[in-house]
Design a protein around this ligand. Structure first.
Ligand SMILES: CC(C)(COP(=O)(O)OP(=O)(O)OC[C@H]1O[C@@H](n2cnc3c(N)ncnc32)[C@H](O)[C@@H]1OP(=O)(O)O)[C@@H](O)C(=O)NCCC(=O)NCCS
Length: 142
């Protein structure tokens, strides 16, 4: 039985360890902890996701599920909760991801790579933009 709840500061270390397994960004977890949700199974945190609403676009970040708990619908459940939260404040939900197949199943459409530096200032400034494997995708919420 999976329970999905808002994260608290007590979850920071576990969230970081899950993200680190997939070499995902961990530096911003402390300052954005109130934007995270976690998925728990029998009281153990097995997944996390973050909804970044700080800028004029809403972005789903840092979604990850521990290897042993993948392919059981936990990623979908967290994505659907974030879609609902995003729909309350925006018409579109963006993601930059290497998990294109998963987000395709969630209804996201891939954007052209040329959109990355247009949509994201950090991409525009990034010296790895040309070799970056992250695909920009968007979900229409309304
Ligand atoms: C991406 C991720 C969060 C998906 O979580 P999950 O719990 O395994 O996903 P679910 O079980 O909810 O899968 C939902 C659907 O997507 C499919 N799916 C899951 N991962 C997929 C992938 N990598 N490629 C294609 N389809 C995928 C599932 O088969 C399922 O399809 P179905 O509904 O037809 O059965 C998980 O694989 C993960 O942690 N990946 C590593 C971290 C990562 O890359 N995160 C993205 C950062 S933006």
């Amino acid at each position: 039985m999976v329970n999905i709840r808002s994260a608290s500061t007590g979850d920071i270390a576990l969230i970081k360890s899950i993200l680190a397994q997939y070499i995902l960004e961990t530096e911003l977890v402390e300052e954005t902890i109130e934007q995270f949700i976690v998925a728990e199974v029998e009281g153990r945190v097995v997944g996390c996701a973050c909804l970044d609403t700080a800028r004029d676009m809403v972005e789903l970040r840092s979604i990850a599920v521990l290897p042993a708990w993948k392919q059981k619908g936990i990623g979908r459940s967290m994505c659907e909760i974030m879609e609902q939260r995003a729909a309350a404040v925006a018409g579109k939900l963006y993601v930059r991801t290497t998990a294109k197949g998963f987000f395709g199943k969630m209804g996201f459409k891939a954007l052209d790579n040329s959109q990355k530096p247009v949509l994201w200032q950090d991409c525009a400034k990034c010296d790895k933009l040309n070799i970056c494997m992250q695909v920009p995708m968007v979900l229409e919420l309304r």
